[in-house]
Design a protein around this ligand. Sequence first.
Ligand code: HEM
Length: 305
Amino acid sequence: EPPSSEEIVNAFEAVLGPIRTSRPSHAKGTCAAGHFTATPEGTRLSVAPVFNGQRVATVIRFGVGVGNPAGPDTGRTTRGLSIRFEMPSGDTWDMANISAPIFGSPTPEALVAGLLARRPDPATGQPNPQAVAAFVAANPATTLQARWLAATLPPASWATTPYWGVNAFRFQGADGEVRHARWVFEPAAGTQRLTEEETRTKPASFLADELRQRVARAPVEFDMVLQFPAPGDDVTNPTIAWPDDRPRAVVGRLVVTEVAPGPGGACDPISFLQLDMAPGVTYSEDPTLHARTGAYAVSLSRRLQ
Ligand code: HEM
C-alpha cells in the first residue's frame, strides 16, 4: 500500500513544521509568464492539445529546492521550473521540473520513510543521526540525487540550467504509437554555473533580480526535448537517469517574457498538478509520479487555509 496523500504531506510537516503559506518543497520561488509552441516533431509525437503547434500561454514559477522561503540561492539543492500551459479551450496542463536529472527517492514509501527518519528529535531539535544513518544504509538509492548535487555547482541563473521532468511518461503520437519518454528543458543561453567561490560570496537571494534584468533585455528561452529509452532502461525508477546517447527529439520551445516585479503573483496560489492527461501524455508506471498530484493538492489546500 503506498502512503496516502495526507500521509505524504504529514511527513513533510513532521520535518518542517505545519505548512502555513509556503510550499513544503521549493518554498522559495518567483512567478513568471510566457508562451510555448510545439515544433512539427512535437505535433507528430503527441496528440495532446498542448503540442498542436499553436502558441499556448503559460504561467511559470522558478523555484529553489529549499523547505524555507528564505533559503539561499547558492546551495547545492535543485532549482525548479514549473509550468502551467493554458489552452485556448480553457484546459490546462501542469508540470514541475528540477535542475537535476534524478529524484531523491525511488518510491513514495522511501520518500515518507526518509522524511520521518529526519524528523527533529524533541530533545535536541535535530534529526537523530542513528535514525538517518540506518535509513540511508537501508535505502542507498535515496543518496543518488544528493550525490549528483554535491558534485555539481549550482546554476548561475534560472536561465542557465537544464530542467528535467525526471518521471517517465507515455506519449501517444499522431501515428497512434505510444512511446515512453522523459523530458528536459534545455536553456537557449547554455548551461552556466556559479564558481565554487561564488557559492560563498553571492547574496542569499540573487536569482530573481538576475532573471528580471535578463528578461528586460530579451526573452529567456528553453527547448523542450524528449529522451526515449532503449530496451532495458527502467521507466519506473526516477533515481536512475537513462544514458545520454538515447534518441532525442526537440518537441517545443518555451519563451519567458515576463517576471513578477516582487514576491507573489499568479503562480503562488496554485499548485502545479501533474495530471494523467489522456490522450497524448499519460503516466508511466513510475510510482512516484502517481503519488505527486494528490500530495500537491493536499499541500495546496493546507497552505491556502
Ligand atoms: C513521491 C514523489 C513526490 C512527492 C510526494 C512530491 C511532493 C511535493 C509537494 C507536496 C510539493 C508542494 C506542492 C505545493 O504545495 O504546491 C512539491 C513541489 C515540487 N516538486 Fe515534488 N514531489 C514528488 C516528486 C517530484 C519529482 C520527481 C520532481 C521532479 C521533477 C518534483 C519537483 C517539484 C517541484 C519543482 C516543486 C515546486 C512546484 C512549484 O513551483 O509550485 N517533485 N512536491
